[in-house]
Write a protein of this length. Structure first.
Lengths: 345, 345
DNA sequence: CACCTCAATGCAATCGATTACAGCTGAGTT
DNA sequence: AACTCAGCTGTAATCGATTGCATTGAGGTG
């Protein structure tokens, strides 16, 4: 269906295809008169470059691939939006793939993107270990940046937030609100995000003397359902601690809901925190206290790294960057505001 | 970076590129011995087809483009997921674009997809009128299916739900719950979805003798913020009717929240309904009564239509299909269950 | 006027896979 | 033994845009 080719434009303008190409891609010198003729002809015919042909010749597609674990997770969705926006400024397009949280599908997507000659890939890996072969292989062939999560033992650029610092803020806040015991509800430790967040949680809990019972660290997946199930389990096994620290907002929303369903008032009896600051965390009842990720900034950095990597080419694959941004705590109604300062020793 | 070419495989296997191509694409006869040699060589070298080169030659990319008005709207997100799944079964990939609700961006996306030789396009147009030129032009060049929304005056395939029938169910349900007056909160009438839903709303309201004050039809956009703003306006201008019928779930969630903020109990004092059945409608407090769209089915039909259109080619661009599926009402807590049957004349 | 310079333009190769057509081989036929 | 034919395999053209190199011609110089 792609009808008009450069040859037809050339014929109509009475010049060679080379000249047309030079005019249209603004490379090389062309006299003003000829340029006008060519543009005229191109407009008349409604010419549009064939991106495929150009890509074959240039081995550049001005397209970046992105693979996320789940396109239905609002956090990734808004990350995608930010990335697309950042790319738009550079005149690049985004090719988005959903890995459905399955490293095998993810591997297929990555291979497919590579085969399509995308200029670079942004991936938030589905699994901290099983995603390794595909991610590493892909990174060996073209510029790749990991976003948010990362795969253990890979050497690629990475952009994300400082989970440990974030959890420190969360724990301090809960502590000020009077929490003296807490549970952690996350996905599996094979997700770097849960792993890091848990590490930060545990460390600060110890420092603040907040009790964390071994069986109150519950690991499932990033979903509302798991948040609900986890709370049900806690309730069944002896009740809730002062605070539920969740590894993402979906879990926290489910947890909050389950708390109320089981008759626990949030935040009066249990405080709940999330992570990501998705739009719905604001709308929940009570509105969720959570950690806001600077998505636009993350996206911008990722795009910048990709661009840099594309330029450097194979030449000097310099050391890879690990950019970690500092997230901010967003306090809402699911936690208690600092009351009379809790007694400290 | 795409290193291994068919020529290298050919050399290694001691055959011509033609033979390699025949083996790898399973076309044409090749002796078993040669086939083995070729496969061996291909594996050894880690050969992978260059999709770009193939696309240039075949003018088929096994890729379908999809354009949605907003990737952060959970309804579209899950629609995308369904489409990707349906395409996966046919060995096709999805190229997703976000139009940011702007017909101009949408036009660029469509052009870009066409230039990339996608095999077909699935689009949920951003605007019922302004999207026309781009959509129609694109549809003239390649198979195109409109999803959910459609552009006035275009002749392309379309798949969606029967909004009028859905609103009929909604209104009947509200009426049984005792509603005798209602407001409608939608996006602009330039979105076919709002237009259709409003038409269904108005018609059934008349039939059931439900009062709809002229200034209680509020039009904004599909967002939580608008839902909140609309309710604020209603409250300021004289109070709420018995029911708030919203054109989508985002609006309804915002509306619900605003009702409570203004001290109106849902559903006791005001009933609220949404449309789409996004995941969060279940989680809201109270859980939202809404219209469930059969997303998988919609996606499957769209993919089927595209495939059919690709086959038919220019030859017999037969009449276009308009497939409308019947959605189902999902009753939750934001509306009252039918009580003592309301008095009927 | 012969010759040189340099900008503008054209020619043709190139990217990698596919495929129409031609050529080859060997088994089967007469 | 000559011939036919089917089945493989190779040669080369093709998809459309880009670009190194060659060519052209205008303008300048001695």
């Amino acid at each position: 269906m792609q009808r008009v080719t450069i040859a037809q434009v050339a014929e109509r303008a009475g010049v060679s295809t080379a000249t047309v190409s030079r005019v249209l891609s603004r490379r090389g010198k062309v006299s003003a008169a000829v340029e006008r003729k060519v543009r005229r002809a191109a407009d008349d015919l409604g010419y549009q470059v064939n991106v495929i042909a150009r890509a074959l010749r240039n081995s550049r597609t001005d397209t970046v691939g992105m693979v996320v674990p789940s396109i239905t997770n609002p956090f990734f969705t808004s990350l995608v939006e930010s990335v697309e926006h950042a790319l738009g400024k550079e005149g690049k397009e985004l090719f988005l793939c959903d890995a459905r949280s399955d490293p095998r599908i993810e591997a297929r997507r990555l291979a497919s993107l590579a085969a399509r000659n995308v200029d670079g890939i942004i991936v938030s890996p589905s699994h901290g270990v099983d995603s390794r072969p595909a991610v590493q292989q892909t990174a060996d062939r073209l510029p790749l940046v990991q976003l948010d999560r990362f795969v253990d033992g890979t050497t690629t650029d990475w952009v994300g937030v400082d989970d440990v610092a974030a959890m420190r803020q969360v724990m301090d806040h809960l502590h000020e609100g009077g929490a003296r015991s807490a549970a952690f509800i996350g996905s599996l430790m094979t997700h770097s995000s849960t792993e890091q967040r848990f590490a930060g949680f545990r460390r600060r809990a110890e420092e603040l003397n907040i009790e964390v019972k071994p069986d109150q660290v519950l690991l499932g997946d990033y979903s509302v359902e798991w948040g609900e199930a986890a709370v049900a389990r806690l309730v069944a096994e002896g009740g809730l601690p002062d605070a539920l620290v969740c590894a993402d907002d979906l879990i926290a929303l489910g947890a909050t809901r389950a708390c109320r369903a089981h008759g626990f008032a949030v935040p009066r009896q249990v405080q709940v925190t999330g992570y990501d600051d998705i739009e719905f965390s604001r709308l929940a009842e009570p509105a969720l206290t959570t950690v806001h990720q600077p998505r636009d900034r993350i996206a911008a950095e990722a795009v910048r790294l990709l661009a840099a990597a594309s330029l450097a080419k194979d030449a000097e694959r310099g050391p890879h960057a690990r950019i970690s941004l500092v997230p901010t705590l967003v306090v809402r109604d699911s936690t208690r505001a600092a009351q009379t300062p809790p007694d400290r020793i």
